[in-house]
Design a protein around this ligand. Structure first.
Ligand SMILES: C[S@@+](CC[C@H](N)C(=O)[O-])C[C@H]1O[C@@H](n2cnc3c(N)ncnc32)[C@H](O)[C@@H]1O
Length: 205
């Protein structure tokens, strides 16, 4: 059977379902990033990928700057943003809150000096690889394993003003050499490690 090519789609399927039926600000990701009643952070998504997290955050009202270093993934995102904008006023309003930049976040974050950063690198391969979703496997085939994610975390922790959130598989090995997170939000398969900058500085002293 031929495999469907990797696509980015903000108007149908799982992404659309999550927009319409998802748990809003109560979901683990927005909570980890500091969404509160009346507070909507501006976010830099340093590892944009297929844009699903960024789109969800923009749906919840956040301005999201997406960084993606892979040329093909960047272009898929850009095309999907144009298609979504043309679909409806609702989608156009969400996409208007999303900005896409091509390049390596390790170089761009120091220029942006962001307040809140999300980092979701390609995760280490799981033992039960058949369970890895098809599109994630296709993305991994394209971009590789993000073996520099420890360095990306170090740059993010050094340049972000308020909060860095690392999205990581719940049971995966820790990234070596990182300071301890201020707190964690643990879901069924995913864990969010939250690094608050004031505490991160205090921990290092
Ligand atoms: C696991 S995917 C992110 C999935 C994304 N959170 C989503 O909701 O679709 C990781 C992506 O981050 C990109 N990436 C990894 N390290 C990066 C870096 N230092 N700068 C820019 N992009 C990076 C990879 O090319 C890949 O497309």
């Amino acid at each position: 059977m031929t495999e469907t090519p990797l696509t980015v789609d903000f108007v149908s399927g799982a992404v659309d379902y999550r927009r319409r039926k998802g748990g809003g600000r109560g979901q683990a990701l927005p909570r980890a990033l500091g969404f509160r009643p009346g507070i909507t952070p501006d976010i830099v998504d340093a590892t944009a990928g297929l844009g699903r997290d960024a789109f969800l955050l923009a749906t919840l009202g956040a301005k999201v700057t997406m960084l993606e270093r892979n040329d093909l993934v960047h272009d898929l995102l850009q095309e999907a943003m144009v298609r979504a904008s043309d679909t409806s006023n609702t989608h156009a309003a969400i996409i208007a809150r999303m900005t896409l930049i091509k390049g390596d976040a390790k170089d761009i974050l120091p220029e942006l000096k962001p307040e809140t950063v999300l980092i979701d690198p390609m995760h280490p391969p799981r033992g039960k690889s058949a369970l890895v979703k098809n599109e994630m496997r296709q993305l991994r085939d394209l971009v590789g394993s993000d073996t520099d994610c420890a360095e990306l975390m170090r740059v993010a922790l050094a340049t972000t003003l308020k909060r860095v959130v690392l999205k990581w598989p719940r049971r995966a090995k820790e990234i070596e050499g990182l300071i301890k997170p201020s707190h964690q939000i643990i879901g069924k398969s995913t864990r969010y490690d939250v690094f608050m900058m004031i505490q991160a500085t205090a921990d290092q002293s």
